[in-house]
Each structure stands twice: as structure tokens, then as C-alpha cells.
Design a protein around this ligand. Structure first.
Ligand code: ADP
Ligand code: MG
Length: 400
């Protein structure tokens, strides 16, 4: 793959950088700026070499039209603070104003364009729609740097079509992310423990299939738990459950047995009377979830304390750990214990510990951990999982 070092003279060149600045927002306040910070090294590299830096990114899921709640303006402001210099922002992605703002750039200056997804071409399914938008983007620059690791698994205009139109390389964030992921796939040191949780259950089940032959143990927490418990014949009340995945899950359990790999499920669950901070809470055995006063209305919103301890022990005695997906609804303190225990155990691993996933990364920071307590915090959830699944990533293929 071509990288920044392969670029000739950068001084005075208009360099378009595709970052992933898709941060969680509360109004216009950034609640976790990890992705903005992760984009800084590449931008500094370009600034130091006198490039005219044009930053593009998406934010949230606007539907192909401008939507002020998803403006990148607050992100541009934060980026300026982190770079310690003025960062210009223009309220459109392509068009007259954007073109003017680009031509006003001096060497070493940075401009952020408005949210890519305000344009239907960015995520268009048809090649022509994406290509027209990519052409418009390409006309703004001389060189393209792909550094939005969180989106390289997407076949989108700024990720896949644009790099075909300009000399293109991978940025420093993508290089760093790939180096770590390679260590997870190429002879990882054993015991290798993978911890899976979160709420995107069907998205994440696929990774189990791919990982089973490579890992020592898979610990299952978060919303994924209930599909496993149900597959084993348990009642799970009103918890997150993907009935159509039960057969798949049974298949994984059988395959794990065959390979001698343990899929570890929680033995106790924090069951809530409803979703919310003011819910009543009971801790029950994972096999007795409907025995609480809430009966079949009960919601499993965290792994129980006994399970959290057991998971932490498995993690601490591993040499390689990959964790994706919170163990419970960590956003509410009552349901954050499992996630906190697992995060703490990762900081104590004598080996490589990797956290992947937007919400998982936000969770460890929200719970008071520092980035440097982990081997690596990946900016890409879906992207890192697809890499581990061995899938082809359009945004990386196109840079080869
Ligand atoms: P990531 O972004 O790290 O890949 P996901 O997006 O899959 O993770 O899931 C994160 C979300 O999962 C969090 O908002 C959390 O509240 C939710 N979650 C975790 N456990 C449960 C559960 N038992 N029931 C419902 N939601 C859950
Ligand atoms: Mg998420």
C-alpha cells in the first residue's frame, strides 16, 4: 500500500484528507474527541511540509441533504484547538463557496469542508451517482490521503471512488491501525481472548465464525448474550434478542466445541424493570431471568458482578486481548459495572490489549480510563471487525 512517504514534494499542493471525524455529539458538544485526536498526526505531517490541507469527513447519518444538527462546524473548531492553529470551515462540501475557500488557502493552512453525507452522491448505491460526486471532490485537490480508518470498509464516494481519480496514499492513522490488526491476525500470542458485546448483534456474530479457529476463548457480553441464552433454551424476558440468529449461534457453539475453544457466557445478569436510570434492578442467574418481580418484562442490561469478575480473570491471564462492544448499557451508571471491570482488566494485561468500536472507545474514556492504559484503541469498530473477519475492504484495496 502506498503511504505518505511515497508522496513527492508537498509544498503548495492541495491535499485532500479523508478523515473519520464522526464523533458522538450532545447538541454541539463533542462527548468523545478520540477520532479528532487520532487524525492529528497526518494533518501535522502535511502542515509541516507546506501542503494546503483540505479535510473531508462524514458525521452521523444525515440523509443526503444538509441537516444542521450534523454540521462539522464544531468538529472543525475542536480540530483547530488540537492543532493549535486556525482551521477554516466552509458550509458546503463541493460548489462555489468550497472552491473559493480552497483557492484562499496558503501553504500549511487547513480547511474543513462540510459533512460529506449532506450530498446524496457520497453513499449512492449506483456507481454513476458516487462517481459524479467524487469528480467534484477531486477537482478541489491535487493529491488524496485516505486516513478515515473507521470507513475503509465502506464503498462510498470519498472512500472508494475519489482515490481512483487522484494520486492516493494511506495516512498515518491507517498505517497504525493496520499494524496493530496484523498483530491480532498474524500469529497472535496465546492465550488470545476476544471479548464481544454491544448492541449490533447480527453485525458482530460473523466475526465469531472467523475467530473461532484462531483464539483461545471468546467472552460474550452486552446485547449479544441473550441470543446465546435463548439458543440454549433460556427465557430472556424483554432483553435484546435476535430470534433469526438462533440457528447461527447454535452452529457457532457446536463449532467451538469441535475446536476446543470456549465460548464463555455470563452466569449472572443485571435485570432492570425498564430502560432508564430510574429503573428497579435485580441480579439473577442467567438461567433464571424471568424469576425477578419484573417477570417477562425484565430487561438484561448488564452482565452480573460474578460474570464480570470471571471475565476480568480470563482477560488478565491472556497475552492478547481484543475487545469490541460494551458489556452493558454503560451510559447509565447502574449498568456500567461489567464494562468497567472488563476495561480495568484490559489495562492489566501483560501483552497486547486492543479496544475497537466507537461506543467501546467512548465507554473506556467516559469511565475514566486513559488511552495509554491500553495497547491500542482503534477508531474503527465495524472496520476492525471486518478486518479480523478477513473481509476485503474497498477503501484499502483501492490504495494498492
Ligand atoms: P461499538 O460501537 O463499540 O462497536 P455497539 O455499537 O455494537 O458497540 O454497541 C454499543 C451499545 O450497546 C451501547 O450504546 C450500549 O448501551 C449498548 N448495549 C450494551 N449492552 C446492552 C444490552 N444488554 N442491552 C441493550 N443495549 C446494550
Ligand atoms: Mg457503536
Amino acid at each position: 500500500m502506498r503511504t505518505l512517504k511515497d508522496l513527492p514534494e508537498l509544498s503548495g499542493k492541495r491535499v485532500i484528507v479523508r478523515c473519520d471525524l464522526n464523533v458522538p455529539l450532545n447538541g454541539s458538544t463533542i462527548t468523545d474527541d478520540g477520532r479528532v485526536r487520532a487524525s492529528v498526526p497526518t494533518l501535522e505531517y502535511l502542515i509541516e511540509r507546506g501542503a494546503k490541507v483540505i479535510v473531508i469527513s462524514h458525521l452521523g447519518r444525515p440523509e443526503g441533504a444538509p441537516d444542521p444538527q450534523y454540521s462539522l462546524a464544531p468538529v472543525a473548531k475542536r480540530l483547530g484547538e488540537l492543532l493549535g492553529k486556525d482551521v477554516a470551515f466552509v458550509g458546503e462540501t463541493v460548489g462555489e463557496q468550497a472552491t473559493e475557500a480552497v483557492s484562499a488557502l496558503n501553504n500549511g493552512e487547513v480547511l474543513v469542508l462540510e459533512n460529506l453525507r449532506f450530498n446524496p452522491g457520497e453513499t449512492a448505491k449506483d456507481d454513476a451517482g458516487r462517481n459524479a460526486f467524487a469528480q467534484a471532490l477531486a477537482s478541489l485537490g491535487d493529491v488524496f490521503v485516505s486516513d478515515g480508518f473507521g470507513v475503509v470498509h465502506r464503498k462510498q464516494a470519498s472512500v472508494y471512488d475519489l482515490p481512483k481519480l487522484l494520486p492516493s496514499v494511506a495516512g498515518l492513522l491507517i498505517e497504525t491501525e493496520l499494524k496493530v490488526l496484523e498483530r491480532l491476525t498474524d500469529k497472535p500470542e496465546k492465550p488470545y481472548v476476544v471479548v464481544l458485546g454491544g448492541s449490533k448483534v447480527s453485525d458482530k456474530l460473523g466475526v465469531i465464525d472467523h475467530l473461532l479457529p484462531r483464539v483461545s476463548k471468546i467472552l460474550v457480553g452486552g446485547g449479544m448474550v441473550f441470543t446465546f441464552l435463548a439458543a440454549l433454551g433460556n427465557k430472556v424476558g424483554s432483553s435484546l434478542l435476535e430470534k433469526d440468529q438462533i440457528e447461527t449461534v447454535l452452529g457457532y457453539l457446536a463449532k467451538a466445541k469441535e475446536l476446543g475453544v470456549e465460548i464463555v457466557l455470563p452466569t449472572d445478569i443485571v435485570v432492570a424493570s425498564k430502560f432508564g436510570a430510574d429503573a428497579d434492578v435485580e441480579i439473577t442467574a442467567a438461567t433464571q431471568m424471568e424469576s425477578t418481580p419484573f417477570g417477562e418484562k425484565g430487561l438484561g442490561l448488564d452482565i452480573g458482578p460474578e460474570s464480570a469478575k470471571a471475565f476480568a480473570e480470563d482477560i488478565r491471564s491472556a497475552k492478547t486481548v481484543f475487545w469490541n462492544g460494551p458489556m452493558g448499557v454503560f451510559e447509565i451508571d447502574k449498568f456500567a459495572n461489567g464494562t468497567r471491570e472488563v476495561a480495568k482488566a484490559l489495562t492489566e494485561v501483560d501483552g497486547l490489549s486492543v479496544v475497537g468500536g466507537g461506543d467501546s472507545a467512548a465507554a473506556v474514556r467516559q469511565l475514566g480510563f486513559e488511552d495509554n492504559q491500553f495497547g491500542h484503541i482503534s477508531t474503527g469498530g465495524g472496520a476492525s471487525l471486518e478486518y479480523l473477519e478477513g473481509k476485503i475492504m474497498p477503501g484499502l484495496e483501492v490504495l494498492k
